[in-house]
Write a protein that binds this ligand. Sequence first.
Ligand code: HEC
Length: 320
Amino acid sequence: MAGQFQKHKLGAAGIGGMLGLSMCITLFFPSFDFRSGDSTWVGLDKTLSNGRVIGFSYEDPLVRGAGKPITVVLNKDPKTGEAIDPPIRAYVYDAGAPLSAGVRHPTNMGPTVGKLSIEKGKIDQANDDDPVVFTIEATDIDGEEWHYVSNATVNNGWTAEAVLNTAGAESQYLIGRGKTVYITEGCWWCHTLLPEHTQDWQVFGTPPFLGDFNGEMPTAFGSDRKAPDLLHVAARNSSKEWMTMHFFNPRLVQPNSIMPRFDYLWGKTDANGKAIDFSKWRAEYNDYVSGKTVHPPEVPEYAPESEARALIDWVLMSLR
Ligand code: HEC
């Protein structure tokens, strides 16, 4: 009897010791810190185009898409009028739009990129109260190319207004607002944004780099895949027409799709300000499904202020 009790005591001490050891590892050897790695161009593009993201409350004005930056594609210097070839992205923050995590906390972008963004980029001269434009610049350190964030309002004299005017409405994208739509609509319930290091990437494209995530919050990887990975979806399908039909009603392009329709993201009116008659649309669609008509009804063109527009901007411009 006494011998057996001894064995239990030994086992208990062993388990206690192992728990203690694993706790020590957790506490004293933190090996994984995003900030110890430097941000890539992809990471900088995401932090600048998403703007600030906080919380997940539906009352949160940021989650409702307010205070978000506008990403523009520029093919001309807004100040000198000189051509920019190839065109670049600029990120316009209106007065009052909260700056992104990367700009607020440069250490989030990694030691080298954070330092470059302050010293060369002068991002510490930007604040929430004044309009500001950012760009991503490249520089060479010992033969290696680095990207950093530049405050183009200070460095190039580009005002937010001039950048928006030069780009024109057709080159402005509501990427940051679109990403919040992805989160609030729960697209991540079915989709992932993370091709894995397996044969996965033959179908869904290359897995991301660690530096692609500096300052991104939330990353929205998704944990369970019931539908295709979307990280590079625009690289395999860049058709705005297809996206428009598929979001309005996925059954228009995939007859057996399990994806819900997101027609309500169109709002009340179409691009011409005309009220969208959803019940009429669905009645016509049912006629098409039952074979009474040959063609499905036309999908309304989304209004520039609609959530549908923001979501499609994000899909086509960010997921490449
Ligand atoms: C119930 C699961 C489900 C939800 C929720 C869902 N999807 Fe999908 N999605 C699918 C499936 C399944 C497909 C494959 C094509 C199809 O069946 O329509 C798909 C296809 C897509 C594609 C095309 C993918 C490709 O490889 O070409 C895009 C883009 C997309 N979804 C975006 C979204 C977005 C954005 C949301 C949220 C607004 C969303 N999905 C919500 C299931 C879902």
